[in-house]
Design a protein around this ligand. Structure first.
Ligand code: ATP
Length: 462
């Protein structure tokens, strides 16, 4: 008997579960009557492979699509009645999410062979998340992640390659270095590495090295003892300690001050840390995942980043491609974010116009996926019709082009569009937007007031 469980999900009539059980007697099957039961079963006992058992009137494709996106790390085999496969909606679902498909009546030998093959492939990928949220999981400072927190949308060759690489590096214990442009998805990739690793049930602790004042980083990362400095009335665990048993995500590692680079190197070499003011060091079991949007090798050449630390971190490297290099993903991502925000914001909206989709595909996405999210969210607020237009997305032809308006008007409109675009690209971060526009934050606030653009709320600042 093969002891690794296969999730058997009945979509429709539950009788299909008995039929499958009779055909697959040598397998450990974990039956689930519907999506809610399947979610519960997978939380209790993760499975690397799942069977989707459709009855002769399949329906509920949106809910199933969302479920399969959440459980992207599993290999799925669908079983259909042949007529359903003539329908575009089910063909698309199989193409997007399934590793194989079969038809009723079951050919037990063929299905067994496919399940064995799928299990073998799943084990090469590094296996499913190791029981995030499972009973007995140690709870960390940030708590364990769950699969939807790290689902990478997209089916371009680049993202499929990246998913495979994530599966491979996740199983190892060495540090990971993720490189990619701002907003391309580095943190999401870090979460996926953590979730696919044997540490999945432990905490994932993100630290933005660029956003933390240099004077605080040492005590925030390493913690401090009581009385270590004025104001240290109580001892405090650092972020590294709070990632015990899990992963520490060091975003913008290139911004780490030199003296802390030495401390981090010591931690990576010796697996011990010393709190500020402590006389003894302590052991910690934490995997470091670092990310940078600048090529660290150049920082090494400039003398701004330690070469020994660079080589320590760069054992397993992952490149997250910019969105313009995987345009095939734009439509799936836009639809994913539309679905994500539609219920909350705009139940009347039905989707994107054909022209809007075309402009989404043609845009260069300097702010990557974060810019796409911002454009979709803004469009959902601005749209007046049932379909989001290119105009709503701020991507219509001629929005910035001269149209015979007086020079002053054209200049003012161009200024406003440039501000809008850079705020979108910067994810509403005023500092980043101001830097991109080559003006100070104060000037940017003044320009917002001049054009009647509401300043981004503090909540939307990263
Ligand atoms: N493939 C993807 N599927 C779904 N969501 C994605 C994908 N890639 C990125 N995102 C989303 O885009 C946003 C930006 O991604 P993320 O924060 O991971 O980027 P980043 O490269 O770490 O950015 P920065 O360098 O500015 O920190 C997040 O909300 C993330 O969830």
């Amino acid at each position: 008997m093969n002891a690794t469980p296969i999730l058997c999900l009945a979509l429709g009539q539950h009788g299909v579960l008995d039929t499958a059980a009779a055909a697959l007697s040598g397998w450990t099957l974990c039956p689930a009557k519907g999506l809610a039961e399947a979610r519960r079963a997978l939380r209790m006992r993760p499975a690397p492979v799942g069977l989707l058992l459709f009855d002769d009137h399949p329906h509920g494709e949106d809910a199933l699509d969302a479920f399969l996106r959440e459980h992207w790390y599993m290999l799925w085999i669908a079983v259909f009645h042949p007529p359903a496969l003539l329908l575009p909606v089910w063909r698309r679902l199989v193409q997007e999410h399934c590793w194989d498909f079969h038809t009723w009546p079951l050919d037990a030998a063929r299905l067994s062979y496919a399940l064995g093959h799928a299990q073998g492939m799943a084990s090469l990928r590094g296996g499913p998340p190791g029981g995030a949220g499972a009973p007995g999981s140690p709870e960390g400072a940030e708590g364990p992640l769950s699969a939807p927190d790290a689902a990478l949308t997209g089916h371009s060759a680049a993202i499929v390659r990246l998913r495979n690489q994530i599966g491979k590096v996740a199983g190892a214990s060495a540090p990971v270095l993720i490189w990619g442009e701002s907003g391309s998805g580095k943190e999401l990739v870090a979460k996926a590495v953590h979730l696919c690793s044997p540490r999945a049930a432990g905490p994932f602790v993100p630290v933005n090295c660029g956003a933390m004042p240099a004077s605080l980083i040492q005590s925030e990362l390493f913690g401090y003892e009581r009385g270590a400095f004025t104001g240290a009335a109580r001892e405090k665990r650092g972020l590294i300690e709070s990632a015990e048993g899990g992963s520490l995500f060091l975003d913008e590692i290139g911004d780490l001050p030199m003296e802390l680079q030495a401390n981090l190197l010591r931690f990576l070499q010796e697996k011990t840390i010393c709190r500020v003011g402590a006389t003894r060091s302590m052991e910690v079991d934490v995997r470091v995942i670092a990310a940078s949007h600048v090529q660290l090798q150049q920082a090494v050449q400039r003398g701004a980043f330690r070469e020994d630390l660079y080589y320590r971190l760069n054992v397993l490297a992952l490149d997250v491609p910019p969105l313009r290099e995987r345009r095939d993903d734009v439509a799936a991502l836009a639809e994913h974010f539309f679905r994500l925000y539609a219920a909350e914001r705009a139940p009347r909206l039905r989707g994107f116009s054909a022209r809007a989709m075309q402009m989404l595909r043609e845009h260069d996405w300097p702010g990557n996926v974060r810019e796409l999210i911002n454009r979709v969210r803004r469009a959902m607020v601005m749209a007046e019709g049932r379909l989001i237009s290119a105009q709503d997305l701020g991507l219509a032809d001629g929005v910035t082009g001269p149209d015979g308006a007086p020079l002053g008007d054209a200049r003012s409109r161009a200024e406003r569009d440039a501000i809008d675009a850079s705020l979108l690209r910067a994810g509403s971060n005023m500092t980043v937007a101001a830097r991109a526009l080559g003006v100070s934050r104060m000037t940017l606030y003044r320009l917002l007031a001049k054009h009647g653009i509401p300043p981004p709320s503090r909540a939307s600042q990263p």
